[in-house]
Design a protein around this ligand. Structure first.
Ligand code: ADP
Ligand code: ZN
Ligand code: ZN
Length: 698
């Protein structure tokens, strides 16, 4: 068949708010297979695009007849059909354009490099697949059982395994089995943050060979990211270890996806297409016939609910590994009732005692405090002035080391004023406790003590401030592993998957904030954090008898702490799910947020109210039936809980339905509606609007 011109629909990144599901049409002398990467003119620029389909029929609209020609065809194999299906699904589900999601899913260098530069990069890449699987340790009984079920059933699976139960070992052995059986098969291993667990990459490479494994995360240079991406795309890399972005890696022979710490909020992207890598893993596994393994010691309540065995229709297969491998039992949980401690106690007397015992024995301790900086706020004792951020509805945090006031939301940083800006009183005082001050406080209390080897105790701190430069985090972790640190103070960063071997005490100094947040997921998050933290203690069998997790709280009988004491996630989940069901919250309903930002709250909310009015009063104008609207709840627009950031007022409208289908029908209608409303003069002041499907914070 011959035709002089082929019409090619290309997905490109068009400006935000372009409508969902549209392509741009270009011409080319011959047909290009779907998935071909091309460079096309867009306005005065040339951009990367993905061919979605080609056709010979001459389009009849004038606009298409004016279509421009494709500039270059990138010299790489086309993206596979399942990748395109994933992007299409994600775009529809998260209410963005296919072009935007496709662009976000491809490495930045692919966008930027010229065809010649690309060619040079590609010619340097090896094409040898070098998989060398090393012998694995003998699986424990629980691990063997899990592996057999993984073999025999299709899944998706929820591997519910205690911290230290050997989940990672199960992932590696499950991957090994699948890769051994099929010499093209590929595996995707997702983790929340790679930087926090540098040992993992090493462990995977040791097991499978350095060449066979590539990593994908935002800490890589653009050149490294491109290399990883191309190797995976060509089928040369057999295993991709990555953060949430890696869910979009091109893996033509993907056969298994692991989502480690599946409950971790960092799997949800918070910019652009607000996707959940965990949820997309479930979709991708089904579409590409890859097994999906979600793993956690404290699964998300959504996954736990989907894996319930007692109810017909549990969608995930639950695998349980309660025992710790090569370690002792879980630490004893000790609650300190802070109501019986002197006011403003930071470290209670019994906790001090326990810390000193650790020091005397040469063991390590972790002190967890979820607030960095010196003090959350500075206050004038005379007039009550507080160091609020002029641009945000938040206080600026006092950092003592450089005497600055820093807003953790917009970044505004200023030197501490010499006196109260309101009344001139020179006595402005820190209120509340941050990690920097805690380190100072602990040094005052214990800095004079000696370790068993005669050296002075070393009190270190690890948080976003101490780890902002390249290599700092690694250096601090290395000190910790080497046993140079006696007490490590830090934010939740210190509670994540580290395999610290000499820690026998972990203390949460002030976890109560998480109990009474307006966010209904706060208790779930707190429970997961504390269980994770507890999992850092007693990882060496001979020390596990001494292992303790301390919780200082004003609410020692709160369910979170009661279940923590019993190490009983299932009981916690049962209580929490019951409460969610009674309150009509996820996973019993599905949610989306419609958000609008503007200089004033009124302008932002007016747009949301207009949308609400249209949907409620004129649903059929937007293609919605009364039946759909009956099943969908539109809440009144309200300011977001962080109402103002960087001088932008933020508002939101919650949209809720027990039916996923009805919720999505409403969201599609809303897309058209919002594009129309935005054009009206009274909504000109709106800076942006967006939809967040399955939001992680309400
Ligand atoms: P998790 O991912 O559940 O925290 P890991 O897989 O990291 O657990 O295992 C914890 C520790 O136990 C690691 O040091 C690991 O090497 C070791 N381990 C796990 N499974 C086995 C096994 N079957 N035999 C020997 N050691 C094991
Ligand atoms: Zn004052
Ligand atoms: Zn600010």
């Amino acid at each position: 068949m011959s035709a002089d011109i082929h019409w090619v629909d290309v997905a490109v990144q068009t400006p935000a708010h372009s409508e969902v599901g549209t392509w741009l049409t270009y011409t080319h002398p011959f047909a290009l297979p779907a998935g071909t990467l091309v460079r096309v003119p867009l306005g005065s620029r040339e951009v990367l695009g993905v061919v979605w389909q080609s056709h010979v029929d001459k389009p009849d609209t004038l606009e298409l007849i004016k279509a421009r020609a494709i500039a270059h065809v990138v010299n790489l194999p086309p993206l596979h059909a399942e990748w395109m299906a994933l992007v299409t699904f994600a775009a529809r589900y998260y209410q963005r354009s296919v072009g935007e999601v496709a662009a976000q899913a491809l490495p930045p260098s692919l966008h930027k490099l010229s065809p010649e530069q690309m060619q040079r990069r590609l010619s340097k890449l090896s094409s040898d697949v070098a998989l060398h699987i090393q012998t694995a340790p003998q699986a424990s009984t629980e691990q063997a059982q899990a592996l057999d079920t993984l073999d025999q059933q299709q899944g998706p699976f929820l591997l519910f395994g205690n911290t230290g139960s050997g989940k990672t070992e199960v992932y590696l052995q499950a991957i090994a089995r699948i890769l051994q059986r099929d010499d093209r098969a590929q595996a995707l291993l997702l983790v929340p943050e790679i930087n926090l667990t540098p040992q993992l990459l090493e462990r995977v490479q040791t097991r499978f060979g350095t060449q066979a494994v590539v990593s994908m995360h935002s800490g890589l240079t653009p050149a490294q990211r491109l290399k990883s991406w191309v190797l995976a795309h060509q089928g040369v890399a057999r295993i991709v270890l990555g953060t949430r972005m890696a869910i979009f890696a091109s893996l033509p022979h993907l056969r298994v996806i692991v989502v480690d710490e599946e409950h971790d909020p960092s799997y949800k992207q918070q910019e652009g297409a607000r996707y959940s890598a965990r949820d997309l893993a479930i979709y991708r596994g089904k579409a590409q016939q890859a097994k999906v393994i979600l793993g956690s010691a404290t699964p998300s309540l959504e996954s736990w609910y989907h894996s319930r065995a007692e109810v017909e229709g549990g969608r995930y297969v639950r695998l349980h590994m309660p025992s710790r491998v090569g370690m002792g039992r879980m630490p004893t949980i000790r609650r300190v009732d802070m109501n019986h401690q002197p006011r403003n106690t930071r470290i209670s007397a019994p906790l001090m005692q326990a810390l000193q015992e650790r020091l005397a024995r040469g063991e390590q301790s972790l002190l967890l405090l979820n607030r960095r900086g010196y003090a959350p706020v500075l206050q004038c004792a005379d007039c009550g002035w507080k160091s609020d951020c002029p641009q945000c509805s938040a206080f600026r945090v006092f950092h003592k080391n450089d005497r600055s006031l820093r807003c953790h939301h917009c970044g505004l940083t200023q030197r501490v004023p010499p006196a109260c800006p309101q009344c001139g009183n020179p006595d402005i005082l820190p209120v509340g406790l941050g990690t920097e001050q805690l380190q100072e406080h602990v040094a005052e209390l214990m800095g004079h003590l000696k370790r068993p080897d005669g050296r002075p105790v070393h009190i270190a701190r690890m948080d976003a401030d101490t780890t902002q430069h390249a290599g700092q985090l690694q250096a601090q972790l290395a000190q910790m592993h080497a046993g140079d640190v006696d007490i490590l103070i830090g934010t939740q960063m210190i509670a994540k998957g580290h395999d610290f071997r000499r820690v026998t005490l972990v203390a949460a100094l002030n976890p109560d904030n998480g109990l009474f947040s307006s966010d209904f997921r706060a208790p779930e998050r707190l429970f997961a954090l504390l269980m994770q933290a507890a999992g850092r203690a007693g990882r060496q069998a001979d020390q596990s008898q001494q292992a303790e997790m301390w919780v200082q709280t004003h609410h020692p009988d709160h369910a979170v702490f009661r279940h923590l004491k019993a190490h009983d996630y299932p009981a916690f989940a049962q209580d929490e799910l019951l409460a969610r069901e009674q309150a009509g919250l996820p996973p019993f309903v599905h949610q989306a947020l419609l958000r609008a930002d503007a200089r004033t709250q009124e302008v932002a909310q007016a747009l949301l109210r207009a949308a609400q009015h249209q949907l409620q009063q004129h649903p059929t104008d937007w293609g919605l039936t009364a039946q759909v609207m009956d099943a969908v709840n539109l809440y009144p627009p309200v300011p977001m809980s962080m109402q103002r950031v960087a001088n932008v007022e933020r508002s939101q409208m919650l949209i809720e339905s027990p039916s996923r289908a009805h919720l999505h029908q409403t969201l599609f209608a809303l897309q058209q509606l919002m594009h129309q409303l935005r054009k009206q003069p009274q909504h000109k002041g709106v800076l942006r609007w967006l939809v967040d499907v399955d939001p992680q914070a309400i």
